[in-house]
Design a protein around this ligand. Sequence first.
Ligand SMILES: O=C(O)CCC(=O)C(=O)O
Length: 325
Amino acid sequence: MAKYLYTIEEALQQLYKDSEDLLYFHKEVPEISLADIDDDFALMFYRDFVSRNHPVLIKGGVEHFSAVNKWDSVYFRQHFGNKSVTATLTPNGYADAVARYQGEKYFFLPEEVEMNFEGFLDLLQRQSSNCVSYIQQQNSNLTEHFSELLADVETEISWASKAFNKSPDAVNFWMGDERAVTSMHKDPYENIYCVIDGHKDFILVPPLDTPYVPYENYPVRKYSNVRPDGFDVERVPDQETISWVAVDPLRFDQVRDYPDFFKKARTFEVRVGKGDVLYLPSLWFHHVRQSHGCIAVNYWYDIDYSNPTFCYYQMLSKMCTIKNF
Ligand SMILES: O=C(O)CCC(=O)C(=O)O
């Protein structure tokens, strides 16, 4: 059997040092402006960000969408009040997230409820305690269910489609309560995230810091019958447990449980404002908060599986998987 000269820990230290010196020395998400978007932008975007798997904030990147001047609660109520939408409901704002219930930790899925847009906007406005609503389906709901709104945005982002050499797999519409938080996770998608109204606050952690992002196995449950005075909890058929990120980057009371995350994982905080675009590269961990009634549209482009970066991160994930006894 081959004898390796270095331990996994030594190799990970080398990775940390090199990425600190070469990749993440700016410690922040670079910002460019709409003025930089010319005919050559796709090439520049690919060269400077996609090929480096590095996020970038494009200020005013979708300012030209008519949605930016049109979409808000009043507009939706006037024009699409009767339109059927699928909203998710939770008692605490945490959908697809870990929460304590009767003394145990579970991974909770939200309740999904079909209602008309007006009903959703009423819920949003009322902000009842123990009932947090969010339109957050990631099934290309904008193209599949809100096609009336497509004329106010674009079906794809031309410079991104050119750089990725494909069209998006999904275009998603988001609108929600400021209490609705998306817990830390990663996706196998190149994400072009556009804020139409309000703002979103992202906390990002690069995939190179996978060694410091703890995962645990949780039993899965689903909220049901969420209402101001309570909620029910259901088992989910065919889904007993899930492995999910155990840490919440805002919960400093978790420092003792997950010291490596708070000491070593590099976090990049970025606010995406009205009309701005965030390029969130595939496999970056992200945690997301929002202003009340924030509206966003994001374009998910499938990851390039033939790129060595994907294989490399797969290997890193395997190396860092710890056996739980
Ligand atoms: O906007 C959010 O709440 C979450 C966005 C997200 O997780 C994504 O686009 O992958």
